[in-house]
Design a protein around this ligand. Structure first.
Ligand code: PMP
Length: 386
């Protein structure tokens, strides 16, 4: 029978406890999530600065909808491009110190657009082994030869770059989404320079958060990162993404980026909300970053005192490495019963044997939320013998 493998593959995933499940929440996106039966403290979202429910961001979205309607009505190059998009792009260029910025509906689309548009068959693409699926998949589908370097290992990068190619592009994340550690951007930029390679940084988990909000751009001159990509679905609490760089890069993406040209533009009202979130993150409420950093220190200090197996992360992403899928799901379920929602991450999102809880902290949390989570986590880990 045609497509029989659908049933067999799903059954196989189920037998390995690898089937993913969704929960439809009825309210909440910040500190709490509410399902039909229960309210949970939310330690699984990427709303690092607590802006997803910010009244000014919500008001900006409503105001934008009153002015522009709820949708953009077309693609950017036909009628979908509004002043709201243009104004947001200008602010992004300003905050990143790059010449220009261009919007995308998602980070996945932005990464795909860049790798498909820029690379051809005589080019070399060199990616960190732990880069996000959108980068790896788009790299494999691109025309270039793709190789990977060992995670955060500049010697390994140097070796991979010694191959001959017409153009070389290196791609790393700024903060790694599943480990929470940071790339050595300065050393990577130096190595790229030595090999005449361009550096692209996916700063989805860093923009607005690390380096006083400038993410990886805080460690180098803006020019060192030729292609800067970040998303609006994390620290800014909305969704969508942008790429910033030279006039030429942005013009090239506008002419050749198929994920930009052949898609409906982001609703202008959404661009209004993102612009409001941007000024809160960078100017009006920069204290949110300090608050987040205080909560991160508190979490690490208390969790270490309880011998909870943390990873080497200084960011809002604090994974607890458990290894076994069954144990990870079990602890996740036990925490849910106690009113805490944490991410349970399994292969293929992380390597085999590296299943983990992905705990994310947010400026919307209160210090007592952190204490309660650590106490519950320590008890449950003890109970199952970790
Ligand atoms: N890059 C990284 C590092 C990510 O973590 C994600 C999403 N989680 C993306 C890209 C994709 O972004 P988006 O969700 O906007 O498609």
């Amino acid at each position: 029978m045609a497509f029989d493998h659908l049933r067999t593959e799903l059954a196989q995933k189920a037998s390995q406890s690898l089937l993913r499940k969704r929960t439809a929440f009825v309210a909440g996106a910040g500190r709490y999530l509410v399902s039909d039966e229960k309210r949970f403290l939310n330690f699984a979202s990427n709303d690092y600065l607590g802006l997803a429910e910010h009244p000014k961001v919500i008001a900006a979205w409503k105001h934008g909808a009153d002015k522009f309607g709820v949708g953009s009505g077309g693609s950017y190059l036909i009628t979908g491009y509004a002043k709201a998009h243009q104004s947001l792009e200008e602010k992004l260029a300003h905050y990143t110190g790059q010449q220009k910025a261009i919007l995308f509906s998602s980070g996945f689309a932005a990464n795909s657009a860049v790798l498909h548009a820029l690379l051809s068959k005589h080019d070399l693409l060199v990616q960190d082994k732990l880069n996000h699926a959108s980068l790896i998949d788009s790299g494999l589908d691109s025309a270039a030869k793709m190789v990977r370097f060992k995670h955060n290992d500049v010697d390994s990068l140097n070796q991979q770059l010694s191959r001959d190619a017409s153009n070389k592009l290196v791609v790393t994340e700024g903060v790694f989404s599943m480990d929470g550690d940071q790339a050595p951007i300065n050393d990577i930029a130096g190595t790229c320079n030595k090999h005449d390679a361009w550096l692209m940084v996916d700063d989805a988990h860093a923009f607005g958060v690390t380096g006083k909000g400038k993410g990886s751009l805080a460690s180098v001159l803006p020019m060192a990162i030729r292609i800067y990509m970040a998303t609006f679905g994390k620290a800014l609490g909305v969704s969508g993404a942008f790429v910033a760089g030279s006039d030429e890069l942005v013009e090239y993406l506008l002419q050749y980026g198929r994920h930009y040209i052949y898609t409906t533009a982001m609703p202008p009202a959404q661009a209004c909300a993102i612009e409001a979130a941007l000024s809160l993150a960078f100017d009006e409420e920069a204290w949110r970053r300090d608050e987040l950093n205080r909560l991160i220190s508190q979490f690490r200090f208390k969790a270490q005192a309880e011998n909870i197996p943390l990873m080497d992360s200084k960011t809002a992403i604090q994974p607890v490495l458990l290894g076994s899928v069954k144990r990870t799901l079990e602890i996740g379920e036990r925490l849910k019963r106690r009113g805490f929602w944490v991410g349970t991450i399994r292969p293929p999102t992380v390597p085999e044997g590296a299943a983990r809880l992905r705990i994310t902290l947010s400026a919307s949390h209160k210090p007592e939320d952190i204490d309660k989570l650590v106490a519950a986590l320590a008890e449950e880990l003890n109970d199952v013998g970790v």
